[in-house]
Every structure is written in structure tokens, then in C-alpha cells.
Design a protein around this ligand. Structure first.
Ligand code: FAD
Length: 396
């Protein structure tokens, strides 16, 4: 696969850059704090602008309203969006980056019709109801029960860490439909409307002060049979499709953003002083930054490989786990270095004078969750060792 940028890629870059130059400042800054309905409005309005300008669903097929961009155009897109500091995908994350792609791969024609276009236009927000108090890393241990009753599943159980549940319209919900089958074989994937009777959402505060996730309690929720994606008890296979999108291509734009953050860090290090000298004079710091830059280059190459693999097969492969692992740990290291660089200002939650300390502290604290979300680092290492390197499986 040739990943060099062609003349037409560069033309695409120039058009996108020109559009972003006006559109990003016009959209304003994201709302700060815990008002999730404001966050939803901000994120979905940006998604609509992308859609109207023809840039939404960059890798989605044209028949679903996407741009069906070539692989190199997708990379250009991620680079330009990060360069322009365009709004983050935000509450659209689940729908756009793994719910929608799962439906495209596994949904019925009616399900595609019901969900895909509204997701890409920013009209339908999704959340992910996978984790439970007793099923996180061992996701297949989930116990939320679904029993078929006429034309609906009656679902009861307890989901936790459900990001964006408080503003979502739909949920990719995993339920147990056969409690007697081996645990991976009794699971079903449902598209649950979040306004059904019997759903209670309780937001969970985090150390950032604005919890993005909630607990979701389900009591005799009737989910129509037509909302089942794939066959009954075939949900584990579909879950793996969802997770491969979540851990693979979903991180591509974040990766490029990290390169931008590293450039910001370097610029800041040249500006702040330590004992009368610029912090950049510190060789140890320069060495750390140099290591990060080299490692980022390596992951970016891996992202290109994954995007290219997804282009060929429709689904990203196992390298998604490598990217997720490396990306989240690198981002934490970058956070630590940035906090050290700003010294005592890291005790503040707001910007101080001309120091972007509020943003640095927020980003460093937020990065702590990255090695847990979407499968912890330990689990990614298990996957890499067993499924990529072919090492012996851990005892079950
Ligand atoms: C910011 C954030 C957003 C999230 N959003 C969602 C969401 O929208 N929807 C959703 O369903 N879930 C979501 N999650 C949940 C996330 O998927 C789980 O937290 C994650 O899978 C870990 O599960 P757990 O918290 O139950 O930890 P546990 O599984 O209890 O793990 C505890 C510790 O034990 C380690 N461990 C467990 N098993 C093994 C093993 N076999 N080998 C080695 N070490 C092991 C883990 O690595 C971890 O360090 C989110 C989490 C975060 C942090």
C-alpha cells in the first residue's frame, strides 16, 4: 500500500485547511464544566458542520453519507483536524467511531437506515453499555439478563462507566441471553433506545469534577426484537468487531493531537525559566522530549499500517491493541513532563498569567483514565502477547 501523499491529497489538504481556518474559530471554544447538555449541543453542532461541508465520516462509505476518502486522505484529514485544533469528536465518539461502524458491518438494512444517517449528521448520540460492576476486563462475565417475551427482550441489570449515558439517544448494550451456555456464547448485542421505561441513569463524578460517565440501572426494560444486532448469542463476535474499531482507527486523530501537544510542550519549555535559564537548557528534559518524539513517530507509522489494514479488510486488526497501549502510556508520560515543567502552577486548576496551566493539569489528570478505558494496559499486553506474539495463554 502506497501511503505517500499525491498531488490530489495535497489539493484535498489545502481545501480542508482553508475550510478549517474559518470554521474552527467560528464554532468557538467548547463549554467548560459539567453541563453535558451544553457539551452535546456543541459537539453535535460541529458534527453537523462537518457533514454539511462534506468532511463527516471521513472513512465511511458514500452510501452512508461518508466521504469514503482514500487512506492517504484520511491521514491528511487527521493531521489537519489536529493542526487546526478543531473540536474533539466528544459525545459523538461511540456512535461515529465504533457504534456506527459496527452497524455498517453487522446491522440489518433497517438498522442501518434507522441509525447511520442520524449518527453521521450529529442527530443521534450513542453510549456504550458494556462494563458492569462484575465485568470489566473480563467483559464476557457480564450478567445483565435479557429474556425474550413475545416481540421484545425484557432486560434487567446494572451497567457502569457508561460514557455520555446522560445525553445519549441509544446504547450499544451487551446482555446475557443464555445463562447456561459457556460465558462467551450466551451474549447478545442490542441497540437500546435510552428513553425506554425502566432505565435509570446516575452520573458518576470524577477527579476532574465533571464525570463523563454514569451508572445505568435497567429494570424490566422492554427492548424490541428488531433492535438485536446479529443473531441471538452471537454478541461476543460482534463485540470484538466493536472493540477492534474502538482500539484501532478510533485513536488515529488523538495520535496526531499528541504530536501537537509535544510541539506545544517544546515551545513552553523554551519560554519558562528554571534558575534563570530557559527550561529547554535542561539536557535531561530535552532527552525525555526526544524519546517521546521518536516513539510518537513510531506509533504514527503503526496508525498508518492499521488504517491501511482496515481499508483492505473493513475491520482494523490486532495492531489496534498496540496503538492503544502505546498511545495511552505515552500520553501519561507527556502529562507528567508537562506538570513538572510548570512547577507549582500545576497545583492550580486555572491558567496562570500566560501559562496554560489549567489545560495542562486537566489533560494530565484526564490521561490517568486512558490506561483503563477501552481495556486496561494489562489486558492490551495480554492480547498482544497471546494473539500477536503467539505466547502461551494466561491460565483461565
Ligand atoms: C474514562 C473511562 C471511560 C469508560 N467508558 C466506558 C463506556 O462508555 N462503556 C463501558 O462499557 N465501559 C467504559 N469504561 C470501563 C472500562 O472499559 C473498564 O474500566 C475497563 O475495561 C476495566 O475494567 P474494570 O474497571 O472493571 O477493572 P478490572 O477488570 O476490575 O481490573 C482491575 C485491575 O486488574 C487488572 N486485571 C484484570 N484482569 C487482568 C488479567 N487477566 N491480567 C492482568 N491484569 C488484569 C486490570 O488491568 C486493572 O488494573 C470506561 C472507563 C474509563 C476509565
Amino acid at each position: 500500500m502506497d501511503l505517500r501523499y499525491s498531488e490530489s491529497d495535497q489539493k484535498f489538504r489545502a481545501e480542508l485547511r482553508a475550510w478549517l481556518r474559518d470554521a474552527v474559530p467560528a464554532h468557538g471554544d467548547p463549554p467548560r464544566g459539567a453541563d453535558w447538555s451544553e457539551r452535546r449541543d456543541y459537539d453535535t453542532a460541529w458534527q453537523r458542520k462537518l457533514y454539511d461541508a462534506g468532511y463527516a465520516g471521513i472513512n465511511w462509505p458514500k452510501e452512508f453519507g461518508g466521504r469514503d476518502a482514500s487512506l492517504t486522505e484520511q491521514l491528511v484529514y487527521y493531521e489537519e483536524v489536529a493542526r487546526a485544533r478543531a473540536p474533539y469528536v466528544g459525545v459523538n465518539f461511540v456512535g461515529l467511531l465504533h457504534g456506527g461502524p459496527t452497524l455498517m458491518a453487522e446491522g440489518s438494512p433497517e438498522q442501518k437506515e434507522r441509525h447511520i444517517a442520524p449518527i453521521i449528521r450529529g442527530e443521534q448520540v450513542w453510549c456504550q453499555g458494556f462494563s458492569e460492576p462484575g465485568a470489566g476486563s473480563d467483559l464476557a462475565a457480564l450478567s445483565t439478563r435479557a429474556e425474550l417475551d413475545g416481540d421484545a427482550y425484557v432486560v434487567s441489570g446494572h451497567k457502569i462507566w457508561t460514557s455520555f449515558a446522560q445525553v445519549a439517544d441509544y446504547c450499544e448494550l451487551l446482555v446475557r441471553t443464555d445463562p447456561n451456555a459457556p460465558k462467551h456464547r450466551g451474549i447478545t448485542w442490542l441497540a437500546m433506545s435510552m428513553d425506554l421505561p425502566g432505565i435509570e441513569i446516575r452520573p458518576l463524578p470524577t477527579l476532574l469534577g465533571s464525570g463523563e460517565f454514569s451508572e445505568v440501572f435497567l429494570e424490566n426494560v422492554r427492548i424490541p426484537l428488531e433492535c438485536r444486532v446479529g443473531a441471538e448469542n452471537d454478541g461476543w463476535r460482534i463485540t470484538n468487531v466493536t472493540l477492534s474499531f474502538e482500539r484501532g482507527t478510533a485513536f488515529a486523530s488523538d495520535m496526531y493531537q499528541l504530536q501537537q501537544s509535544l510541539r506545544d510542550l517544546t515551545a513552553l519549555a523554551r519560554r519558562v525559566t528554571r534558575d534563570d535559564a530557559s527550561a529547554w537548557e535542561d539536557r535531561a528534559l530535552r532527552r525525555e522530549v526526544g524519546h517521546l518524539a521518536a516513539e510518537l513517530d513510531a506509533i504514527w507509522a503503526m496508525v498508518k499500517y492499521t488504517v491501511s489494514e482496515a481499508g483492505k479488510t473493513g475491520v482494523p486488526g490486532m495492531t489496534g491493541s498496540c496503538i492503544k497501549l502505546y498511545y495511552s502510556e505515552l500520553k501519561q508520560r507527556l502529562g507528567e513532563i508537562s506538570m513538572r515543567l510548570i512547577g507549582r502552577a500545576a497545583l492550580a486548576r486555572d491558567d496562570l498569567d500566560d501559562l496554560p496551566s489549567g489545560e495542562i493539569v486537566h489533560s494530565a489528570l484526564q490521561s490517568l483514565s486512558l490506561t483503563i478505558a477501552a481495556g486496561s494496559s494489562q489486558i492490551q499486553r495480554n492480547i498482544i502477547s497471546e494473539r500477536i506474539l503467539g505466547l502461551p495463554r494466561e491460565p483461565r
